[in-house]
Each structure stands twice: as structure tokens, then as C-alpha cells.
Design a protein around this ligand. Structure first.
Ligand code: RBF
Length: 193
């Protein structure tokens, strides 16, 4: 039976030239995560995102992703965050606790902060499954980056942000006020969040 199901998603033409994107990667499972992070970054740049508007940082493991995403979201310097990690099931029930909590945590952060958090965490039963979705197969970082651009644009449009010069959340600007500068994601590589 053909239910029209798909294993990948399609995107309209994306314009990333005005959006600011954060990428938070874990240091667990580096071969997999590095490939996903590189695939995501390359795709952002290919779709017009300015290098200065990509903020990258890392955390130890997937468990740390939600709170790091929350800090970055609250810094008001990005329009979407790609959270990249890889959980591989081991011999204990650790995997189940983390996988479930991280996904719930990231959903909570995006709803609370209005900064879309892309769920870029592979949850794999084997290392082979992780490899096939990163460095030796279809790199899922590519579609996560496209999703981030689309959702970042949606956020800007939903919040009425003047894409050129101002951060307008509906407060403050009256006639005669100077527009607030629109902060870059990474104005100075030394600044963290
Ligand atoms: N973090 C990951 O991102 N992926 C893993 O596969 C992973 N496996 C773990 C297995 C065990 C037994 C432990 C103790 C931690 C693991 N972590 C993993 C790290 C976890 O996300 C977190 O960094 C630590 O628990 C510290 O809060």
C-alpha cells in the first residue's frame, strides 16, 4: 500500500541571508557528531547564511543540550538553534532516560523561548545506524540545517522582526527613536552566550 510516506523532507528554495543560527554540538560520539555538525554548517552557508551569523559551541553530552539551548535562546542572538548529538544504546537503561528527556527538554525550550530548537539528536540502537545517518550515508545534518533556516525565517516573520536593522518585539520604538541594532549571532568570536 502506498500511503505517500517519505523518508526525507522536501524544502522550497531557502534564503538564509538574514537569519542567525546557533549550532550546539556534543563531544560524545565525535566521529558521528562532527560529520553531522559539518554537514549542517556547510548547508547553512550554501543556502545563504552569513558565516558571522552562525554561532557554534559544544557541550559534553546530549543531556546538556536543553539547558545550553535555553541559555543561547535567551541571549537573543539567534533565530533558531540546531542541537546536534548522538545517543547510542548501551547495556544499561541510560539511553532511554536521556533520549526521552532531551527530546522533551528541547521541545520545552523552543516553546518557552520562541526560538525554534531543531532536534538534531540521532537515537540509535547500533553504531552502524549512526554511521549510516552521518559520515557514511545520508547526512541528516543537511536537512536539520534547512529546517533551521525555514524555522528561523518563520520566527522572524511571526515576531515582526525588521530583518534589516531592528529587533522589534512590539515594544519601544516610537517615532524619532533610533532603531536598535540587530545583533549578530557571532559579532565577536570571543563572546559566548
Ligand atoms: N551522551 C551522548 O550524547 N551520547 C551517548 O551515547 C551517551 N552515552 C552515555 C552513557 C553513559 C553510561 C553515561 C554515564 C553518559 C552518556 N552520555 C552520552 C553523556 C550524557 O549525555 C551526559 O553528558 C552525562 O551524563 C553528564 O551529564
Amino acid at each position: 500500500m502506498d500511503a505517500g510516506s517519505v523518508k526525507s523532507v522536501s524544502f522550497d528554495k531557502l534564503d538564509g541571508s538574514k537569519v542567525r543560527i546557533g549550532i550546539i554540538s556534543t563531544r560524545w560520539n565525535p566521529k558521528v557528531v562532527d560529520a553531522l555538525q559539518e554537514g549542517a554548517k556547510k548547508t547553512l552557508l550554501e543556502n545563504g547564511v552569513v558565516d558571522d551569523n552562525v554561532f557554534e559551541t559544544s557541550v559534553p553530552g546530549s543531556w546538556e543540550l536543553p539547558v545550553a539551548a535555553r541559555f543561547l535562546a535567551l541571549s537573543a542572538t539567534v533565530d533558531a538553534i540546531i542541537c546536534v548529538g548522538c545517543l547510542i544504546k548501551g547495556e544499561t537503561s541510560h539511553y532511554e532516560y536521556i533520549a526521552d528527556t532531551v527530546s522533551t527538554g528541547l521541545m520545552s525550550v523552543q516553546l518557552q523561548t520562541s526560538v525554534p530548537c531543531i532536534f538534531g539528536v540521532l537515537t540509535c540502537l547500533t553504531e552502524e545506524q549512526a554511521a549510516a545517518r552521518s559520515y557514511s550515508g545520508e547526512n541528516h545534518g543537511v536537512s536539520w540545517a534547512k529546517t533551521a533556516i525555514e524555522m528561523a525565517s518563520l520566527r522572524q516573520s511571526a515576531l515582526g522582526i525588521d530583518k534589516k536593522t531592528t529587533l522589534n518585539l512590539g515594544f519601544g520604538k516610537t517615532d524619532g527613536d533610533e532603531p536598535k541594532p540587530f545583533p549578530k549571532a557571532a559579532p565577536d568570536k570571543k563572546i559566548y552566550f
